[in-house]
Design a protein around this ligand. Sequence first.
Ligand code: NAD
Ligand code: TYD
Length: 351
Amino acid sequence: MTILVTGGAGFIGSNFVLDWAAQTAEKVITLDALTYAGNRDNLASLAGNERHHFVHGDIADRALLDQLLDTHQPRAIVHFAAESHVDRSIHGPGAFIKTNVEGTFTLLEAARAYWTRLGEDVRSDFRFLHVSTDEVYGSLTPDAPAFTETHPFEPNSPYSASKAASDHLVRAWHHTYGLPVLTTNCSNNYGPFHFPEKLIPLMIVNALAGKPLPVYGDGQQIRDWLYVKDHCSAIRAVLARGRVGETYNVGGWNEKANLDIVRTVCALLDELRPSSEGPYARLITYVKDRPGHDRRYAIDARKIERELGWRPAETFETGIRKTVQWYLDHPAWVARVQSGAYRDWMEKQYA
Ligand code: NAD
Ligand code: TYD
């Protein structure tokens, strides 16, 4: 048995591929375009593993997709590949439409053609699992109930609008063509291999370098944080037991204001790698707010808990401690991802 994972060299995809290789005997094909966010280092521990095959390519390349599907005959596609950073989507939305909308469309069409050709015996077991985000639901007021799967789509950023579009395509390919799809909408992830332009890893690497910790606006925006390995276990549960055509919200019941997240990271670093200059919180710097900044996200995860028995293994306290320790233990990984392209982005966003 084989699965095809798109975007498997990115943050969540690489955690998923590593966990899959460790926990199953199945072969994994990773398809990744290696954008600034994709990093072969993330999968370095699989070098020489005959059950893992890496393909450098684009999900919008239909000929490549047809060839990969015919050659490897996967029983499932797990689709992570996307442009994923809200701030980048504000500076340059075009890439988000290209990959998240057109790329997902191309992948769906290739999957449909492949699935149609499959023999009756394996056809009903095939799955297309689309990995999406809670950001498609928009922003919540402070007292509003958390997002359920039936919450209306109200995306506010070019990123979330492009993901919402891809979710709609996936839904339509099921309703119109019968493609056996599953969709997950997850809250903010954190953990190993997180690219350091997102909040938590950025705060860790900036603090260690003695640089300012940029907090947008008043820092009171709320996100619902989930340790990445728990997201991966949720995806495995949905792939194994999810009802075809359904969507499942995934979250850790961990709503936190950004400023509290930054303070927690500082306190952990004070404990694990104290600075001779004083507490890391001295570096907190308020900067201009993100345009259209969503105020609050929160996930109601009762459906996946009830139907599939999924629960996160980590609390925020255990997960964030592991995460900070991982960055302290992997200075070479951090140094390598802070390439010229990374420096250009930091200059553009925070100058
Ligand atoms: P990421 O940006 O770290 O990784 C994306 C990966 O996709 C990279 O390896 C990149 O090279 C690859 N990629 C980009 N364009 C491609 C293309 N055209 N063809 C092939 N590969 C391409 O993102 P992530 O944080 O790992 O997110 C993965 C998925 O999970 C995304 O679909 C995202 O919307 C979703 N998601 C992320 C979060 C989060 O907190 N990070 C939360 C919920 C859902
Ligand atoms: P981010 O990690 O970009 O995820 P998302 O926008 O998808 O939720 O940002 C998380 C939160 O942190 C978001 O409210 C924006 C805020 N933020 C800052 O305050 N400063 C920063 O430098 C960054 C990157 C994010």
